[in-house]
Design a protein around this ligand. Structure first.
Ligand SMILES: NC(=O)c1ccc[n+]([C@@H]2O[C@H](COP(=O)([O-])OP(=O)(O)OC[C@H]3O[C@@H](n4cnc5c(N)ncnc54)[C@H](O)[C@@H]3O)[C@@H](O)[C@H]2O)c1
Length: 325
């Protein structure tokens, strides 16, 4: 890896990435490290996962020739959050944080009411079985169902997503008021709270960039996504408020709207396997978004010459959200 070049090399600047051990946060950390930005990551993972899965990625960041500070901490515990904040102040120091990225996935994905959707899959499979019988091929609906699930889950037949059963079912318990409140805090306005604290403490550069992650669920209602959807709306409102009120401090604030991406948090959303298939069919490029696609966009948002967008929701999804296919 070339440790000589890079837009930020040798400038002593830092990127602070909350949720930087996986998905978009980790990909952004790696990409920016290659450009010479020192990185501070806070994340919350099991120790075993840190040792076996995450540590090699952190080694890769260090191999880019930058400083890397990591904290495995629950950022919604006051004490642990305070420790991370003090570490930023101590390691980066005044006026050195150029990027603050909030990429934490910590919400509740539960239904708000018992699912009463008619059994469209059963109706379709019974209809198909009858049509096959009329054609002289007698197949029972439950055999068809097994065949559909095998073709979808084992052979990658995405077009069967309306008939296949998800392997990520809805949780039994319904969304509570506390789930809703915590999710809107953790994935919504927490972005604003951190940004303000970093700005007040004088830790930001004179043209610092703030980035948080949203999804298409900001405007459409996926079942089981109510709390996260509400959080995304709070997040985007926070971004706009930051754009206006923190501009006098030099801050530019963005929210990046990624397309459907195969990450641990994504795979905790009910029906995400069906959503991925639908996204591959609908996306104009017929593939999912990758964390690396998004990391390239975040690098662009951090470049010195790109400083006039502010308060924007920027889609990085290959055109998925605008595709009506
Ligand atoms: N995956 C998608 O399809 C998709 C699409 C658009 C937007 N997003 C959004 O992107 C953001 C990141 O999601 P991802 O898909 O990269 O998820 P991910 O599971 O890959 O990463 C989540 C990160 O959050 C950290 N984290 C979770 N709880 C924490 C806590 N209490 N304290 C500190 N860190 C904590 C984890 O350690 C990890 O680093 C989320 O806001 C998500 O809604 C995801």
């Amino acid at each position: 890896m070339n440790q000589e070049t890079g837009v930020f090399r040798g400038k002593g600047l830092w990127g602070v990435i909350l949720g930087g051990s996986s998905g978009f946060g980790l990909a952004a950390a790696k990409r920016l490290a290659r450009e010479g930005l020192n990185i501070l990551i806070a994340h919350k993972d099991k120790e075993g996962t840190v040792e076996t899965v995450i540590k090699p990625h952190f080694d890769e960041i260090r191999a880019a020739g930058v400083s890397l500070v990591t904290h495995n901490a629950n950022l919604f515990d006051d004490e642990e959050r305070g420790t991370v904040f003090e570490s930023i102040a101590e390691k980066a120091g005044a006026g050195k944080v150029h990027l603050f990225m909030h990429s934490i996935a910590a919400g509740s994905c539960k239904l708000i009411a018992e699912d009463k959707t008619p059994d469209f899959k059963g109706i379709a499979l019974r209809g198909l079985a009858e049509s096959l019988k009329a054609e002289g091929a007698s197949v029972e609906p439950d055999v068809l169902k097994r065949a559909v699930n095998a073709a979808f889950h084992q052979k990658g037949c995405d077009a069967l997503y309306t008939l296949a059963d998800s392997r990520i079912p809805y949780r039994e318990e319904l969304l509570s008021e506390e789930d809703l409140q915590r999710t809107v805090w953790m994935m919504g306005y927490d972005y604003l709270l951190w940004a303000r604290e970093l700005s007040n403490a004088g830790l930001l550069t004179k043209d610092a960039r703030m980035v948080a992650m949203t999804s298409e669920g900001n405007e459409i209602a996926w079942k089981g996504y109510a709390a996260v959807s509400a959080a995304k709306c709070a997040l985007e409102a926070s971004c706009r408020a930051m754009a206006v009120e923190l501009a006098p401090y030099g801050v530019r604030s963005y929210v990046v709207q990624a397309g459907i991406t195969d990450t641990p948090a994504g795979n905790a959303i009910p029906n995400f396997d069906l959503m991925k298939a639908q996204a591959r069919l609908r996306n104009p490029f017929h593939r999912l978004t990758t964390p690396e696609d998004v990391a390239e966009a975040i690098l662009s948002l951090c470049l010195p010459g790109f400083a006039w967008a502010n308060g924007e929701v920027i889609r990085v999804d290959g055109g998925e959200a605008v595709s009506g296919v």
